[in-house]
Design a protein around this ligand. Structure first.
Ligand code: GLN
Length: 204
């Protein structure tokens, strides 16, 4: 598959940044707001933003069930930050009634890093994504980010925080063709994780 059509869930959040990244990675980005648009793409990105709002809008736009169906049917999907929350099977510290799309057998805690460190940057090692011996770490941007408290057997931990008080926290997970990061690779200017996803889509 050359230039796969990758939808970006465009209800809310940093849609434009994902458009730019995917275009740089030889994919064709398309905004998805309606069920018909969802059925016309090869894969999906769920952007960063605010998962509570994204959930409400997805429900209001009649997208929640179609999203669940497509993800369950194996559509490659990549969620960043709020998008990671949306892909979690189990959510902690969601607001009353908040639901997710689900798909990845992981427990995600919303706003986990706490108020003192609303936003921060940290290097994470990407051994599973960039196996070159001299691969530089990925400079990750976290904005009111979640972390992953645990993953089930079928999910694979891709990255953890390397140092500091949150050292060891899981911040990237893959399960089959589903990928999620607690940080925002779409605003870091480093295309490695988007490229990895595009390759995964091509192989799916
Ligand atoms: N930068 C982000 O995507 C923040 C996620 C946000 N805290 C949420 O709950 O959805």
């Amino acid at each position: 598959m050359t230039n796969p059509r990758i939808g970006i869930l465009a209800l809310q959040g940093d849609v434009r940044e994902h458009h730019r990244m995917l275009a740089e990675c030889d994919a064709t980005p398309v905004s998805v707001r309606r069920p018909e648009e969802l059925l016309a793409v090869d894969a999906l990105v769920v952007p960063g933003g605010e998962s509570t709002t994204m959930f409400k809008l997805a429900a209001a736009f009649d997208l929640l069930e179609p999203l669940r169906k497509q993800v369950a049917a194996g559509m490659p999907t990549f969620g960043t930050c709020a998008g990671m929350i949306m892909l979690a099977d189990h959510l902690r510290d969601g607001v009353e009634g908040q639901q997710t799309i689900g798909g990845i057998d992981m427990t995600v805690r919303r706003n986990a890093f706490g108020r003192q460190v609303d936003s921060f940057e940290a290097d994470v090692s990407l051994d599973r994504i960039d196996a070159r011996a001299d691969a530089p770490p990925f400079h990750a941007v976290f904005i009111r980010a979640p972390w992953v408290e645990g993953v089930g057997e079928s999910a694979e931990v891709i990255a953890r925080i390397a140092s500091g008080p949150a050292a060891g926290r899981i911040v990237a997970v893959r399960q089959g063709d589903l990928l999620a990061t607690a940080f925002h690779p779409e605003i870091a200017g480093d295309t490695r994780i988007h490229r990895y996803f595009v390759e995964l889509v091509k192989g799916a």
